[in-house]
Design a protein around this ligand. Structure first.
Ligand SMILES: Nc1ncnc2c1ncn2[C@@H]1O[C@H](COP(=O)(O)OP(=O)(O)O)[C@@H](O)[C@H]1O
Ligand SMILES: [Mg+2]
Length: 228
């Protein structure tokens, strides 16, 4: 464990992830921003991987009360990463099939709760564009310090546009060597009035293995001294 720990803490990827986390933490500390949406131009650019890694990093940092919400109702993956049931999630709540306390799921990390995408007969765009979702975001503001929203990509659907209206800041993931400049520009423009909420872009290098696994054993480490 000691060796894994040491190796884990020292990787360039882990360092970059902590750097990214501190970027959003600064927004929280300075401007009380709490809701951070992670999106990208297209599918499979690393949104869910980065959202979950960021959420775990947050929960492990000074026991920050953190919530991760899978808002990608069309291609949900957060439940798989955390080995949680898909059911009783966001879609169930938004279609009045589940109560608030049932959708907040515990994880192996005491400070991290997860809301999986859930299931519903209603269309994802209808559910995501409901005002009930914004009300839900507002409720979560009083219970959590950092809320990470794993959003759908911006080009294929308008879901991310709606979500953008309800969050405080947006992180745009770009896949190294693949996301074309004009596509990235189009993605940013398609966020319309919420373009100014973009905090920055995250370059995801798919060639390297991710620093974090959602396996609990990798996370049993002490927080760093002088880390803020
Ligand atoms: N930096 C990375 N290194 C290795 N594999 C990655 C990395 N980022 C993502 N992946 C893998 O690529 C696939 C798509 O990533 P995912 O986070 O689900 O993308 P998205 O949510 O944007 O669709 C997954 O199988 C994931 O494990
Ligand atoms: Mg995803």
């Amino acid at each position: 464990m000691e060796n894994i720990q040491h190796k884990f803490d020292e990787t360039a990827e882990a360092t970059e992830l902590r750097r990214l986390y501190h970027r959003i933490r600064t927004e929280y500390v300075k401007y009380r921003k709490k809701l951070f949406m992670v999106t990208s131009a297209n599918v499979s650019e690393g949104k869910s991987t980065i959202s979950s890694s960021l959420a775990i990093t947050s929960a492990l940092y000074r026991e920050t009360k953190t919530l991760l919400i899978d808002c990608d109702l069309r291609r949900p993956t957060i439940h798989k990463l955390f080995k949680l049931p898909l059911e009783n999630g966001l879609a169930d709540f938004l279609s009045n099939k589940s109560e608030l306390d049932r959708i907040l799921k515990d994880t192996a990390f005491p400070s991290l709760k997860v809301i999986t995408a859930g299931t519903s007969d209603q269309s994802p765009s209808r559910l995501i564009s409901s005002f009930q979702l914004y009300d839900l975001f507002e409720i979560f503001r009083s219970y959590f310090e950092i809320i990470i929203v794993d959003a759908p990509p911006v080009i294929p659907t308008s879901d991310a546009l709606f979500l953008g209206n309800g969050v405080d800041a947006i992180l745009m993931v770009l896949k190294a060597g693949e996301t074309k400049k004009n596509i990235a520009k189009r993605a940013i423009n398609s966020l319309a009035d919420n373009k100014n909420k973009i905090l920055g872009t995250v370059i995801n290098n798919m060639k390297n293995v991710m620093p974090y696994s959602c396996d609990y054993s990798y996370y049993n480490y002490k927080k760093e001294k002088n880390d803020e």
